[in-house]
Design a protein around this ligand. Structure first.
Ligand code: ADP
Ligand code: MG
Length: 466
């Protein structure tokens, strides 16, 4: 099993250090053409449109364009979130195409599809010239099966256009290895290095581990099974998985041809989602949208139940042994297997309303496999165990435990609001939060430090270590 020590991965689950956890909050979403892709909220479905002559009726380019437009319309109606248009077959053994010919095929299709739908479009190409023409024709993203490593001009084209990059790791032609995740991680690192060098912003990068590109069937399966390790290592980047109709599925089904791989594809999509895929790239959009919806519901928003989600919990106390209560709450969390990864100092604030003792507050980052509602249930149990009883609203309490953030997710139910409301107004939350979560706060768009500067620090003082 892949266990790079810098990740602190352990056999009983993921123990992401706080430093990495903070990174986890860097790119909570991507907006393309006014559409928000909120990573972690659900799985997004990308429909594949092939502008290759053999994919359509074959009656000349005009026919191809019309067929592609009809396909795009149908995919949008079927619930696709994104369309990927390619003019060069990337099948194993497919002939390399002259970029000029690829441009002639793909540009008219992109123009026509752009005029038909408002969905984000990516061009599936590894050639900078094709990408440049496709972006000018209305595509907003480049899906490069060589992750910027084939054409040295590709990164500049993507950066200059402000386009989204989908960078795939391609194992074809590389030395055989059994360290699937290790090879993909190294490939991603190279793609990300090139992207950074050319100024492609982190939050406009999606990574694809490259199912079916240079791996044996068993290694392809290994890739999906171990996706969590990749996902953890590359936490800030959403992952795209393309298993649709691929030969590994045919292989498992005893040589099923492409047109008999629908159910196999459905299983692979469901399990990709269970392993943490953010986007699935598919041919059969109508069917796979349903598969994705049901998978999302079963696996809890793209996360396996044994995967630990980074959470941030605020603690407050103004009754009894205040500091002792905070420490007891942290110990209780640990006891209940909510692994605390970082803790702030203790801060003291004047109470609101004023007719009660001053509050001590702290914030911890932790990880949990519990769902948000189960975590809330646990926090209430701990509050009760530490002597909290129903009191008047905002009255004195020995302990108050609130969930500030749950991964990158937004929760809005009658009993739970995440991110917790009023974080930005509360200096007693922001001061300790700034100590443990240095990055931009998920969904709030500012760092805790900046928000604290705006909220002001009157009546707030550092009290002690937790
Ligand atoms: P407060 O924390 O505002 O002083 P309480 O601790 O009495 O108030 O909580 C009141 C209710 O707030 C809880 O029963 C819970 O259902 C709800 N709540 C909503 N969002 C959250 C959250 N993110 N964390 C904890 N409780 C929350
Ligand atoms: Mg509370």
């Amino acid at each position: 099993m892949y266990q790079p020590d810098y990740l602190g991965l352990s056999l009983d689950g993921l123990a992401l250090p706080a430093r990495l956890m903070a990174k986890a909050y860097r790119s909570a979403s991507l907006t393309v053409r006014g559409r928000e892709f909120a990573w972690g909220a659900r799985t997004y479905v990308m429909g594949i449109i092939n502008a290759t002559p053999d994919s359509f009726s074959g009656d000349g380019l005009g026919g191809d364009v019309n067929a592609a437009v009809a396909q795009a319309r149908q995919m949008e109606a079927d619930g696709a979130d994104w369309l990927d248009i390619g003019g060069e077959s990337s099948r194993p053994g497919a002939e390399g195409l002259d970029p000029a010919e690829e441009t002639r095929r793909v540009v008219p299709v992109i123009e026509a599809v752009r005029a038909t739908t408002n969905l984000p479009l990516s061009v599936d190409t590894c050639h900078a010239a094709v990408a440049r023409a496709a972006l000018a024709a209305g595509a907003g993203a480049v899906n490069d099966i060589w992750g910027l490593r084939h054409d040295p001009e590709m990164a500049g084209v993507v950066a200059d256009a402000g386009a989204v990059l989908i960078g795939m790791h391609n194992q074809r032609g590389r030395p055989a290895t059994n360290d699937v995740i290790g090879a993909i991680t190294a490939g991603f690192q190279e793609t990300l290095r090139i992207a950074a060098e050319h100024g492609i912003p982190d939050d406009r990068i999606i990574l694809d581990p490259g199912f079916g590109f240079g791996w044996t069937p068993e290694q392809n399966l290994q890739m999906v099974r171990d996706l969590i390790f990749l996902w953890a290592a590359r936490f800030p980047y959403p992952l795209l998985l393309g298993t649709s109709q691929k030969s590994t599925i045919g292989h498992i089904l005893g040589g099923a041809p492409v047109d008999q791989r629908l159910e196999g594809t459905a299983a692979s999509v469901a399990l990709s989602i269970a392993s943490g895929a953010d986007i699935v790239r598919v041919h059969d959009v109508a069917a796979m949208v349903k598969v994705a919806r049901v998978s999302d519901a079963f696996v809890y928003r793209g996360l396996l139940s044994n995967v630990r989600v980074p959470v941030v919990i605020a603690l407050g106390s103004n009754l009894g042994d205040r500091a002792g209560n905070l420490r007891a709450a942290v110990a209780a969390l640990e006891e209940e297997h909510v692994g605390v990864t970082a803790q702030s100092s203790v801060w003291e604030t004047a109470p609101v309303p004023a007719d009660q003792p001053a509050f001590l507050n702290a914030v911890v980052t932790a990880e949990t496999w519990r769902s948000p509602s189960k975590l809330l249930e646990l926090l209430k149990k701990i509050e009760h165990r530490l002597g909290r009883r129903p009191e008047r609203r905002w009255g004195p309490r020995p302990i108050d435990l609130d969930i500030l953030f749950y991964g990158r997710e937004r929760v809005d139910t009658p009993e739970l609001t995440i991110p917790h409301t009023a974080i930005l107004e509360r200096s007693f939350v922001l001061a300790p939060l700034a100590e443990v979560l240095p990055g931009v706060l998920p969904h709030l768009g500012v760092t805790a430090t900046e928000a604290l500067r705006r909220a002001g620090t009157s009546g707030l003082r550092r009290h002690s270590a937790l």
